[in-house]
Design a protein around this ligand. Structure first.
Ligand SMILES: *[C@@H]1O[C@H](CO)[C@@H](O)[C@H](O)[C@H]1NC(C)=O
Ligand SMILES: *[C@@H]1O[C@H](CO)[C@@H](O)[C@H](O)[C@H]1NC(C)=O
Length: 640
């Protein structure tokens, strides 16, 4: 049988979609800066002629009878020829991978080894080219489909006999690795000396049979045996090694995400070499973990509310997004209000911005706006309303409301769009309670130097806290934020504050320095907003808090932690004791139904409520801020 067109390297390099993280050059297609991996954007739909990718994706996502294969028959039929493969690669690489995978599974199920060996290698090439970073973020259910029951059903129906025509594949693996069953007691390594097992592989494999395998798996993955013998381990037991790397990828994307790429590369290497039916039949939970790890560490999808053109260019496009239309409507009023306060205080023109979604935050949008109004900054406040609840709260009090959908990326998209249109932005997370107008403190800080950006910080360490940020409308800030957003977009597991810190060179690391797309000489000149008394955080984490006179507090950040709301984030917090002594401060400060003056007058919360005073005082340090606070740097050593 003829070989299918594989995933030719030159094709992929030619595709704008995989050049997404290239440094910005004037004139670069905005669509290519934010690649549409899911193939759902309007621009993409218009350019797609082979098949309606979005329609297929939605069919796959729709609940109801029929498996993925049943739902895909009409689309797979359109992909049968070599020339259509080329075009599919150009139009929607992830969709092509899905097609190859479903076809390979169907061939395996019917025992058609010829067909299986034709398609299965393409699946592996596709997995490698797209990589875990893209496949964990895409809506296409590649990682769910790959963990298929078909592997098991087929094996059972074979009664333990190998399928005809698949021996060749197994032989290739055995030539490179010692074997994939990881039994090395009397084996010889590929370089001819006797091999000792790096690890008790059977015991490691058995760990995953327990319901709560997490800690035991982490202990082995980061254990001394693998630390010392990882090179041998990779040859001796490639799938055990890949499993350990999956565990590490999961953990490190929550701690030091800089190491994610190394683990993803190791996993990809093993996956490229070993045919999927052998992986599935090995007893190692690799195919299961790909989906699991993706689900627990994913923080966002490849989805934007503003069009790329709106993010990257100030000019209006003909078919604006809903978010842009909403913003355009309130922009003149925001601009006028920002101008007015600036002329009064002699500072920069600043728009205040926040965002909200979900049952914990949306109900407080109206009071957040009301408090801002009580402090005289309500007219220049715009709220990014990421669900209907937030939007109706905002509309009910006639705020400046911009509709969008839930995504942590929006913490950067709205400021970027405003910066592009010449407006500075003071970002306030919705879990910030304003004690007074922040403008005088901002103006005072700006008078101390020539800054592009101000950011709040922690009390006991010199870490930034991106819950409160002043972005000044300079070219440097705009360029920097554009790159930060593009980086976030391309890394679905990345934590917004960590990336923010890394791009500012403020201590945390998400990549090696040369990989960061803003070189150090183009980083905005930045400084901290006073982290001792004025712009402070609740002591929900040990390094936060405040000291001094509560009357001098400007903004109290309650660290309600929305962006850390991933499953693994909660698991990590629970295991590491974060959140001990946690009080629902958000409700305490924003749901004082008996104290309406809190939201209609500039009264200070601790002056009218003993309950609020106590809550505030629980975060107070008895001593001054250390003169040399702890360094904000890596917390987990990198180990492969
Ligand atoms: C706010 O308080 C009211 C009255 O105590 C309660 O009914 C409501 O559920 C609270 N809202 C939230 C979001 O907790
Ligand atoms: C930061 O780095 C310094 C010097 O390398 C080290 O002594 C310190 O322990 C590190 N801090 C953290 C929190 O890891």
């Amino acid at each position: 049988m003829a070989r299918l067109q594989p995933w030719p390297l030159f094709w992929l390099l030619r595709l704008p979609i995989l050049r997404g993280s290239a440094p910005a050059v004037a004139g670069v297609d905005p669509e290519a800066r934010f690649p549409d991996y899911d193939c759902i954007r309007v621009s993409r739909r218009e350019a797609s002629q082979l098949l309606p990718w979005q329609e297929w994706l939605e069919a796959l996502e729709a609940p109801g009878p029929g498996g993925w294969l049943d739902k895909s028959h009409p689309y797979l039929a359109l992909l049968a020829s070599d020339s259509s493969r080329d075009q599919a690669l150009e139009e929607c690489p992830v969709g092509l991978l899905m097609a190859d995978l479903l076809t390979a599974l169907a061939c395996y199920e019917t025992g058609d080894a010829g067909c299986y060996t034709l398609f299965e290698p393409n699946v592996r090439s596709g997995l490698k080219f797209l990589g875990m970073r893209v496949l964990m973020g895409t809506r296409w259910p590649v990682y769910d489909a790959i963990n298929s029951d078909t592997w098991k059903r087929r094996r059972q129906s074979e009664n333990g006999e190998r399928q005809d025509g698949l021996e060749e594949a197994a032989a290739v693996v055995e030539a490179k690795y010692l074997g994939i069953d990881c039994r090395v007691s009397d084996g010889l390594s590929s370089w001819g000396r006797e091999e000792q097992p790096v690890l008790d592989w059977d015991r490691f494999k058995a760990v995953f049979n327990a319901a709560d395998w997490y800690q035991a798996a982490v202990d082995t993955a980061y254990g001394p045996e693998l630390e010392q013998g990882w090179r041998e381990a990779a040859l001796q037991c490639p799938l055990g090694f890949a499993t350990a790397n999956l565990i590490k990828a999961m953990l490190c994307s929550h701690t030091e995400s800089i190491c994610f790429r190394a683990h993803a590369t190791m996993i990809a290497q093993v996956m490229e070499d070993i045919p999927l039916h052998l992986v599935a039949g090995s007893g190692w939970p690799v195919l299961h973990l790909l989906g699991h790890v993706s689900r627990v560490v994913r923080r966002h999808r490849f989805q934007l509310d503003f069009h790329p053109q709106e993010l990257l260019e100030a000019t209006q496009t003909s078919s604006a997004s809903t978010s842009m239309l909403d913003l355009a409507e309130c922009l003149p009023a925001l601009r006028a209000a920002a101008k007015q306060t600036a002329s009064k205080l002699g500072g920069p023109e600043l728009v205040f911005a926040t965002m909200a979604h979900g049952a914990r935050f949306s109900p407080y949008v109206a009071r957040f706006i009301a408090r801002a109004r009580a402090l005289g900054i309500g007219d220049s406040l715009v709220v990014f309303c990421l669900d209907d609840g937030a939007y109706s709260e905002c509309k009910a009090v006639k705020g400046h409301c911009v509709r969008g959908s839930p995504s942590i990326l929006n913490k950067f998209t709205l400021p970027l769009v405003l910066l592009r249109r010449g407006l500075g932005v003071m970002w306030l997370d919705l879990d910030v309670f304003l004690f007074r107008s922040p403008l005088p403190a901002v103006v005072r800080q700006l008078s101390k130097g020539s800054y592009d950006l101000l950011v709040s910080g922690s009390f006991a360490v010199d870490c930034i806290c991106s819950g409160i940020v002043v972005f000044l409308a300079t070219e440097r800030t705009t360029h920097w934020l554009e790159h930060l957003l593009a980086w976030m977009y391309e890394h679905p597991y990345e934590h917004d504050q960590k990336a923010f810190s890394a791009f500012l060179r403020a201590g945390e690391r998400v990549a090696f320095d040369h990989e960061l797309t803003v070189p150090v000489e183009l980083v905005p000149a930045w400084s901290f907003l006073d982290p001792e008394t004025e712009f402070v955080s609740a002591r929900h984490v040990e390094v936060a808090g405040w000291t001094g006179d509560p009357d001098n507090i400007v903004a109290f950040h309650m660290l309600h932690g929305d962006s850390d709301d991933t499953h693994a984030g909660r698991q990590f917090a629970a295991r590491n004791g974060l959140g001990v002594g946690y009080t629902p401060l958000l409700d305490l400060f924003f749901n004082q139904t008996e104290l309406p003056e809190l939201y209609t007058t500039p009264v200070l919360p601790h002056r009218i409520s003993e309950e609020l005073r106590e809550a505030l005082m629980r975060s107070r340090w008895p001593s001054q801020r250390p003169t040399s606070p702890g360094r904000c740097n890596e917390t987990v050593p990198m180990r492969f």
